[in-house]
Ligand binder design. Structure first.
Ligand SMILES: [Fe+2]
Ligand SMILES: [Fe+2]
Length: 257
């Protein structure tokens, strides 16, 4: 099974730029590349910060572009998003208990998409209602593998400022994952960096934004923005493996044989 992950679109008004880049032009290039190279993907998961401002118009722009995307897609919210504005444009987006979260059944297991948005704050939240929902879904999954997608990483990545903006209830989340033992990988966004590794034994990955990136800097100072290339992830899942490729979709350097 092939899954595509796209994250941190940070859409602004049409024609406007953000950090010296055009988020809409980047999204269009990303969708065009997925359609050419990965139209066979089972699902495309957008892991939040869909909009930079949370403006209703930015979600209309997103809806227009998503009509061109060939594989089925699912949308998650990040700290830059506005849940109400989003649901105005995407009322069908699977709001469970008022949150934009759902599960997707696949032949290789269950995709569990979490809403970690805490309005007005850069950190992520999994309050009791959301933790209960997750606990119930993991219990229902039993021995079936579960793949967790969330905007905020619940784990530190060694970059001090970013590490203050993870999921506040990370320990409670980990306790739930440990209790059920069926989550095979945690996919996140938010950091605007390519990151792989494991969190207390659970494999994790993060990828670059489609727009601007965060400089690799462990000093703890302010976060610098960079123009490192944008990427999407190509995730290959079967019974034995979860493989994550990072594809720099704007890279046009020649391929040699
Ligand atoms: Fe972001
Ligand atoms: Fe974010």
């Amino acid at each position: 099974m092939k899954i595509i992950q796209v994250t941190d679109l940070h859409l602004v008004a049409a024609g406007a730029t953000l950090c010296g880049l055009d988020p809409l032009e980047r999204l269009r290039a990303c969708i065009a590349d997925i359609n050419v190279c990965h139209a066979d993907a089972a699902h495309v998961i957008f892991t939040g910060d869909l909009s930079d401002t949370g403006a209703v118009d930015s979600y209309h722009i997103l809806a227009d572009e998503l009509r061109k995307l060939v594989p089925p897609h699912h949308l998650l919210l990040g700290n830059h998003d506005d849940r109400d504005a989003f649901l105005e444009v995407f009322p069908e987006a699977g709001a469970e208990n008022g949150f934009v979260q759902k599960i997707v059944h696949t032949p290789e297991g269950i995709l569990c998409l979490l809403d970690t948005l805490l309005p007005g704050r850069p950190e992520g939240r999994l309050d009791q209602a959301r933790l209960r929902w997750l606990d119930e879904r993991l219990a229902e999954a039993k021995a079936e593998p579960v793949y967790l997608f969330a905007h905020h990483p619940p784990f530190p990545i060694g970059m001090p400022l970013l590490d203050t903006m993870g999921i506040i209830e990370a320990d409670e989340l980990h306790a739930a994952l440990k209790r059920h033992g069926n989550v095979r990988h945690v996919f996140a966004g938010h950091a605007h960096r390519p990151v792989g590794g494991s969190w207390r034994g659970i494999p994790i990955s993060i990828l670059r934004s489609t727009n601007h990136q965060t400089a690799l800097d462990f000093s703890g100072g302010d976060l610098a923005i960079t123009h490192e290339p944008p990427a999407y992830a190509v995730i290959l899942i079967d019974k034995d493996n979860v493989i994550v490729h990072f594809h720099d979709f704007l890279d046009r350097s020649a391929a040699y044989y």
